[in-house]
Design a protein around this ligand. Sequence first.
Ligand code: PEP
Ligand code: MG
Length: 754
Amino acid sequence: MRGALGGPRVLLRRLREVMAEPVSAQDRLDKIVVLIAANMVAEVCSVYVLRVDGTLELYATEGLNRTAVHLTVMRIDEGLVGTVAREAEPISLSNAQAHPAFSYRPETGEEIYHSFLGVPILRAGNTLGVLVVQNRAHRSYTEEEIEALQTTAMVLAEIIASGELTAMALPGAEPAARRPLHLKGLALSEGIGLGHVVLHEPRIEVTKVIADDLPGELNRLDGAVDTLRASIDIMLEDEGVARVGEHREILEAYRMFAHDRGWIGRMREAVMTGLTAEGAVERVQSDTRARMLRMTDPYLRERMHDLDDLANRLLRQLTGRAGGSEHKGLPDNAIIVARNMSPAALLDYDRTRIRGLVLEEGAATSHLTIVARALGISAVGHVENIVGQVDSGDAIIADGVSGEVHVRPPADVEAAYVEKVRFRAKRLEQYAALRDLPTVTRDGTEIELHLNAGLLVDLPHISETGATGIGLFRTELQFMIASAFPRTNEQLKLYRSVLDAAGERPVVFRTLDIGGDKVLPYMRAIEEENPALGWRAIRLGLDRPGLLRSQIRALLRAATGRELRLIFPMVSAVEEFDRARHIVERELTHLRRHGHDLPERVLVGVMLEVPALLFQLDQLFTRVDFASVGSNDLVQFLYAADRGNPRVADRFDALAPASLRALKAIADKAAEYGKPVTLCGELASRPLEALALAAIGYRKLSLSPASYGPVKAMLRELDLAAAAALVAPLLAEGEVASLRQPLKAFAEKAGLPL
Ligand code: PEP
Ligand code: MG
């Protein structure tokens, strides 16, 4: 490098001094461009800032006409500067005028400069502006110079992101770094959350980017990389952590990247340009993110995500925040923002403070979504790069009704949402007014509405809604939030509380449904290629009957003197049901023999969620006391589409004739055998879907508490005979791809509240 003033490290040191000076933001920028130009022996150095309106404004220059500052504004699709901003990649040219993207702005007087080096000013992968140096002579900038300018751009990113420049901008032309964002995702859990961002895995704020002692920084970086590698090895060795397929795969990818020479080499090079170890990790991470955002191949994007996660871990090592004390100091109105998370991780937070959840991934019937719904937390998924676009503490609105997310919303948007929340509260009051009215359709058919539950926090919903009972109590949730297997008496205590809260109303307890995406952090599990199709739920229960037996015993004892309703999850063959029922009978005999009081009555049912059971319905309905349709799993297995995989989960419509016919066959057969059947999957929780279910013969639905009011309000207005008359021929002919549109049109015409 030809730096006359001592190379990039000296420059960074001088920049640090300028950053510490108590001067205005404009003066700071003016001094910085002078320093950079001198250091890089360039006649010109300019800073362009990306504005809210998507244009680039010249904010400071050394060498170009100073009167052009704040006057020269370019579109992002214009000129070399625009190209750098768009592509988020450096451009280095010895003959800039010859480049097709070159555009000449006479007010700047730049026609005499032939060489051009522009680098993006990046933060968390987002472009905030462009930093440019220009020379009169035709010269080729070296790799080191490009590298050095990129490092310098990090300092500018800090200034822009700090909001210091906002005050000097005209309204509407503020720097884009803190601009309001309106993003569209997928509504996962109803409700509207207004609050402040809490990053589930917070980015570590790097406060010191300029190094004092380079060899020392290199040592720190190497040390952190070694610790990172060792921690991944430990995780991989610990079977308890590296349980099954997907998790292990991620760790294997992490291990590969943690040993990747290119990645480590880039970070070491960044240190050599004068950065601290943290500064270097962030520089390389920012480049990675910028590339990731432009990547269309999902596999490669995923790998970039892995690298990003790994860089975060490295930053935690370096800043001594490896333990992650994230949950402390949660604001009152937290909106959790994450790429994805486990249901247990969500339950770790203080629920009373969470108003919403915004995810880059997530799916409508995943267990995280189910837990969010159970907790009444609004959630939006599929929000692209949300983690990279927010900072902790940013104002944010998560609209779990429309799937929209507003980051740093303008005052009018916020006011509109406050109004919306007020309106919803009023609607909730209206639902509450329906509480003591029966759920009977306009033409006189009663539909029983039950609740899905699984946690103590769900219990008040029974009296709030006036539900007929609990149609599905997911017992595994207690296991998922515990740090060790809940003891039999802890289980017993929970079950007794549930029965007490329900009083005279029936409760259907489902035995443990673990496996698949419901993992217990403390349970050793074997590695499986396809956990959803693997050793889970009743399969595990029958093979390891100790666990199932103790749970059944707890349930039987909790229900002393009352009625106990039990169902088994994921039954695939009638023999499995026979064996499970046999365990119940043995436990009853055992308790009787030991002089325990028994339940007044025990009813044993089955979850219908494996398609094979559809072809054993006659055998099944002669055995079971009742059945419950788990449409989440049934639909995923019918269409062979993973319910937790956002790429395929919504690919097939549950209101397509194929699934509705399957569901109707179950309802018809249950009616033939006179056995009660409830539908307890998430389908029942959506008014339009609930309409379809009623139309094909379901008279009992079990839904999430937040959906209770909307579904009840719809059913009370429904002309069921007319709906059934619409659906029957469409299902018989099967020519429509989905019944969604015809049902929507029907609902609109009838003025049904959906
Ligand atoms: C279902 O599969 O529809 C169901 C109710 O069970 P879960 O969602 O807990 O798997
Ligand atoms: Mg299920």
